[in-house]
Design a protein around this ligand. Structure first.
Ligand SMILES: Nc1ncnc2c1ncn2[C@@H]1O[C@H](COP(=O)(O)OP(=O)(O)OP(=O)(O)O)[C@@H](O)[C@H]1O
Ligand SMILES: [Mg+2]
Length: 246
């Protein structure tokens, strides 16, 4: 099933054309590696899909229905979640508190409301198990490795049973072993039927986990093909412009 379809998406910031007529679709349970040089328009595309701002032109469809997002909440309601590059975690809180940040369950006893930490720890623990992450709900994020932090940020997206999870450079600043863990987590999401859009500059990561690869160059989509029908060399050529399209 086609989860998300973009038809002729364009975006300009004043005179700058950040995206031009981008058409692209993502199936359920598919990992799409989105590549492109600095300024190619990757983050702009993610922000449009996440409802941060509307496209200047073009149409988004979810499960073959046209959708218009006025804000990120609209996109979340359609099952779209984003893990931003900075992760936006609170270091002084536990893993479970970060998973529920802003969505804390409240238990009412008479006139009083209490945050239901037991429930938070239980649900967060289940999410980490689902991701096969060794992160424990009560661990402080401050003491975690980069890979574990990624797992917390990803577990947070799963609270709402998303259809699409987008990740902006999840493996840019972590160790080799942790990269392997994050790529495993991405595979788990896919195995649960979630569509993943992975933005990365790291060729081995993209080829290690993506079913399909799309390349943006100066706001235009210059390739969109199965990963096993491409190669890091071809993608590098597409990114730089040495190869026109593929
Ligand atoms: N808020 C903004 N106002 C004006 N121009 C912007 C804005 N955001 C992005 N741009 C421009 O739009 C183009 C696409 O930027 P975008 O951030 O989408 O690229 P990117 O592919 O994510 O790059 P990077 O790999 O550096 O993150 C660039 O020319 C950029 O300078
Ligand atoms: Mg970017």
């Amino acid at each position: 099933m086609t989860r998300l379809r973009l038809n002729g998406i364009s975006k300009h910031y004043g005179a700058i054309q950040a995206l031009q007529g981008v058409s692209l679709s993502i199936e359920a349970g598919e990992v799409l590696g989105l590549m492109g040089d600095n300024g190619a328009g990757k983050s702009t595309l993610v922000k449009i899909i996440a409802g941060n701002f509307p496209p200047s032109a073009g149409e988004l469809r979810i499960d073959d229905r046209p959708v218009v997002f006025h804000n990120p909440r609209d996109a979340q309601r359609e099952g779209i979640e984003v893990v931003y590059q900075d992760l936006a975690l609170c270091n002084n809180l536990t893993a479970a508190s970060n998973v529920f940040l802003g969505r804390e369950p409240v238990k009412r006893i008479g006139p009083f409301g209490y945050v239901n930490y037991a429930h938070m720890n239980r649900v967060a623990g289940e999410l980490f198990r689902r991701l096969k992450s060794e992160t424990r709900p009560r661990d402080l994020v401050r003491r975690m490795s980069g890979g574990q932090r990624q797992a917390v940020a990803i577990a947070r997206t799963l609270l709402s049973e998303p259809k699409i999870v987008m990740m902006d450079e999840p493996t840019a600043a972590i160790s080799v072993r942790q990269v392997a863990e994050v790529l495993d987590v991405i595979r788990r999401l896919r195995d649960h039927g979630i569509s993943v859009i992975l933005i990365s500059h790291r060729m081995p990561d993209v080829f290690g986990v993506s079913d399909r690869i799309a390349v943006l160059r100066r706001g235009e989509l210059v390739a969109n093909k199965k990963a096993d029908q491409s190669s890091p060399e071809e993608v590098t050529g597409l990114i730089t412009g040495a190869i026109e399209t593929a």
